[in-house]
Write a protein that binds this ligand. Structure first.
Ligand SMILES: [Zn+2]
Length: 347
């Protein structure tokens, strides 16, 4: 039996995230096998390792954001060949469940998913997901292509934000997600893009299109937003931090009729204090952004392939697969880490 190494999450606690040798899958007629080259370690993985995750049950091999090379194809697969560089939409909605019928396909109750994610040497692509493969053009790096799934989530949030030309947009958070939102808000034509954060990423936000940055330990974000909007408040606030404080504050930053998008996830059990009258009297529109649709994924891949998103300031850190379970959480939590990519192929 062929074996492969995989990072297996057995629940909350660093000691429960371990490299293990497991059976290497073999593709059947309508399936194919990818050798993973790059895979992202994200905020949700940090939460899962340290405190558990509300949407995941152990054991699980994480990794929805990955790219690699096809190494084996089933006999009935004719569109794909070994050697092709690909990334994959790792989930396919069923199209018929309660939520799919209501056009909420990001909440599909019975999607086809990967059995094991990209934090393993190989990923088996089941037949229903083969149509979700995208061939990576030679000029596009494996790293950038692996970011497609994250960018698809961000595009979903952008769509909910309904940014109009000349809007004032506040982006709370200057990590990889916040910096991606900055670039997309600029593409959408926002005239003022105010970014809040805590570290030197704020300088990068300016380079990518932010018109004003606020170091939250040094300045009042509410005061700055009020000043920049003649006291009215922002048209759009995107929460990309994932804390009770920023969720509560986001509501206070909006003008009447403004739109808030909750993008950041928080640790299980988090509660926040908010004044219901702000929502009521200001007629706020509040959207939770979770996951994406196949169309978001397709458009995200197109954005990456056409070079419209600059990843150089976003993908700041990497970790070899052999050190993933011991080093990734601490690397991700470094102040200057915006996105952490796992090198799955030993150099
Ligand atoms: Zn469904």
């Amino acid at each position: 039996m062929a074996m492969m190494n995989a990072a297996v999450w057995h629940g909350a606690g660093r000691e429960n995230f371990r490299l293990e040798s497991i059976e290497r899958p073999e593709p059947s007629a309508h399936e194919l096998l990818i050798k993973v080259h790059k895979c992202f370690f994200a905020a949700m993985h940090v939460r899962a390792v340290l405190v558990g995750h509300a949407k995941h049950q152990p054991p699980e091999i994480f990794g929805r954001m990955f790219s690699g090379e096809i190494v084996a194809v089933g006999s009935a697969v004719d569109q794909w060949q070994p050697g092709m560089r690909v990334t994959l939409n790792p989930e396919r909605p069923c199209g018929i469940c309660f939520y799919c019928q209501r056009d909420q396909i990001a909440h599909c109750l019975q999607p086809t998913k990967l059995q094991t994610g990209g934090m393993a040497e190989f990923v088996l692509v089941p037949a229903p997901l083969v149509d979700g493969l995208f061939e990576i053009p030679p000029a596009v790096s494996m790293e950038a292509a692996a970011y497609t799934e994250t960018l698809a989530c961000i595009l979903h949030g952008l769509e909910l934000a309904q940014i109009n030309v000349a809007d004032t947009v506040v982006i709370m958070g200057s990590g990889g997600v916040g910096l991606s939102f900055v670039q997309l808000a600029r593409l959408r034509g926002a005239s003022k893009i105010i970014v809040s954060g805590r570290n030197q990423s704020l300088e990068t936000a300016v380079a990518l299109g932010a018109t004003r940055v606020v170091h939250v330990n040094e300045e009042s974000l509410e005061a700055v937003v009020s000043q920049e909007t003649l006291g009215h408040g922002a048209d759009v606030v995107i929460e990309a931090v994932g804390s009770a404080e920023t969720y509560a504050q986001s509501l206070r930053l909006l003008r009447c009729g403004g739109t808030m998008v909750g993008f950041g996830g928080t640790p299980p059990g988090t509660l926040f204090d908010g004044d219901p009258n702000i929502i009521h009297y200001r007629s706020l529109k509040i959207y939770g952004s979770y996951r994406y649709t196949p169309d978001h994924f397709r458009r995200a891949f197109n954005l990456i392939c056409t070079g419209q998103i600059d990843f150089r300031p976003i993908i700041t850190h990497s970790v070899p697969f052999s050190d993933l379970t011991t080093a990734a959480v601490d690397l991700y939590r470094q102040a200057d880490c915006r996105a952490l990519v796992i090198d799955m192929i030993p150099q």
